[in-house]
Design a protein around this ligand. Structure first.
Ligand SMILES: [Zn+2]
Length: 471
């Protein structure tokens, strides 16, 4: 696609965005970020924080995920040594305009900022200035070949549930857990760099030889982007949502985009309308198949079946992005639903045999895995609710993807298409922009199925499935 067409399409998307009303409701917290992308990422960030935690709150905690790319990190984000390591350095920290006491602890992964004691519902502003050294790797944060992945790079507020959650980084799974916020981001990047962002493009300017983009996102739990000088762009509008596919070498780019567009439409009809105005997919150098971020999905350039990954990551736009979950301790919810829905997509498309075949393959894989595990250890229990860092990669894949997907399939087998869709509609409606735990899942499914299906979930989650289902 020629650059002139690319520019035209981007202008059209901006106009379309300006023309539509926001669908996601605003959050209590807001990040205002000014980012400069060069060799490093330089950030100035203000978190406008409203205390929804407790009276007398006197500190805030932020995750510094970029420090998992340090050479001396204990819980590393990478498996093999890197040509260049990454890190984040905090250069300035102010609360309400005054210098604030702050410290970095744990595996240099937690930033604690002292704040004057706050009453509930009061607001304060936390300003952070930082430099992120971008590592050389094809991971969530990293420069590799033609792309720069910028996921989980900035200090993000931790979740407070019975205390601040200071979970360590984990190479297995997605070690992220966050509440929704609104984002107003200004990015300055080299003119040659195109940016795929999780948010709506508000404006694009060229200023003193740099590209300046303003991005806004309402009611999202994270912000990420990918930069490249080689991106081509295809767009498609689906039911009020503008889809963009930034790709480099994908020979079947239109198939990838069409599959994602069909998924947005079909999941929207089955579970509830996609609540954001835009959604971008980006083909990038990435060691795993894909990764979901709010309004943005990474699709690995080395993935042979990009369309399938696009469907899985798009399912996460409902389960993980809109309806949040604790993907450290309860990843069976978002990965289980994303796996189930990737197969369910074929049923929605009228290709029921693919839905059945894919589940049968999952079942065989899970049975073989269980045989192998129980041969090595007769008392092995395939629990789905361990913390992600307690699993090996293979175990995590088999339990949190395959077995968790089969768990939802076993509910489908009892409740049918009507029951499962009603349950997921209730689950989506009751929990979008919030965090849903196991109890909220049970509550939605019991209502949607019109019976107590908690026993089915419990048997899978506790690992009793072998005897319950004869696996
Ligand atoms: Zn997933």
């Amino acid at each position: 696609m020629k650059r002139i067409l690319l520019t035209f399409l981007i202008i059209m998307s901006v106009i379309l965005f300006v023309a539509c009303e926001g669908k996601a409701k605003g959050a209590e917290n807001k990040y205002v970020m000014e980012l400069e992308v060069g060799e490093d990422i330089r950030g100035k960030q203000t978190l406008v924080f409203t205390n929804g935690i407790k009276d007398g709150l006197d500190e805030l905690k932020f995750h510094l995920y970029a420090n998992a790319y340090r050479e001396d990190a204990t819980n590393k984000a990478y498996k093999n040594s890197l040509l260049k390591y990454g890190r984040i350095e905090i250069q300035s920290c102010k609360v309400g305009g005054a210098e604030a006491q702050h410290s970095i602890s744990g595996d240099k992964n937690i930033l604690t900022v002292k704040i004057p004691s706050m009453k509930m519902k009061k607001k304060t502003e936390v300003f952070l200035e930082y430099v992120v050294t971008v590592p050389q790797c094809n991971l969530r944060l990293g420069r590799f070949n033609d792309t720069v992945n910028m996921g989980n790079f900035y200090p993000v507020l931790a979740v407070y549930d019975n205390g601040w959650r200071e979970d360590a980084f984990s190479l297995v799974g997605d070690p992220f857990y966050s509440e929704i916020a609104d984002y107003e981001v200004t990015v300055k990047a080299p003119l040659t760099m195109e940016l795929a962002c999780g948010g709506n493009i508000v404006s694009r300017l060229i200023e003193n030889g740099s590209r300046i983009m303003k991005i806004s996102a309402t009611g999202v739990r994270d912000f990420a982007m990918v930069g490249s000088a080689k991106f081509k762009l295809m767009t498609k509008s689906v039911g009020g949502t503008m889809l963009r596919y930034y790709y480099i070498k994908d020979a079947k780019a239109s198939d990838t985009l069409n599959e994602a567009a069909d998924a947005v439409r079909l999941f929207g009809e089955a579970f509830g309308k996609y609540p954001y105005e835009s959604y971008s997919l980006v083909e990038t150098a990435f060691a795993y198949g894909g990764m979901e971020y709010p309004m943005l999905s990474f699709i690995s350039s080395s993935e042979p079946d990009k369309a399938k990954v696009a469907v899985h990551e798009t399912a996460h736009q409902w389960w993980s992005v809109s309806v949040g979950s604790d993907s450290i301790r309860e990843s069976f919810i978002d990965e289980g639903l994303a796996t189930f829905c990737t197969n369910y997509y074929y049923l929605l498309k009228g290709e029921k045999q693919i839905f059945i075949d894919n589940h049968n393959k999952s079942k065989t894989d899970f049975q073989n895995f269980l045989k192998m595990k129980t041969m090595a250890n007769a008392s092995y229990v395939p629990r789905l609710d361990l913390s992600i860092n307690e699993y090996t990669t293979n175990e995590y894949n088999m339990l949190c993807y395959e077995a968790s997907g089969l768990m939802f399939k076993s509910v489908y087998d009892i409740a049918g298409q009507t029951g499962i869709e009603k349950s997921l509609q209730i689950f989506f409606e009751e929990n979008k922009f919030k965090i849903a735990d196991k109890e909220k899942l049970y509550s939605a499914f019991n209502k949607g199925c019109g019976r107590d299906v908690g026993r089915i979930f419990d048997s899978w989650i506790s690992g009793a499935t072998q005897t319950f289902y004869g696996y």
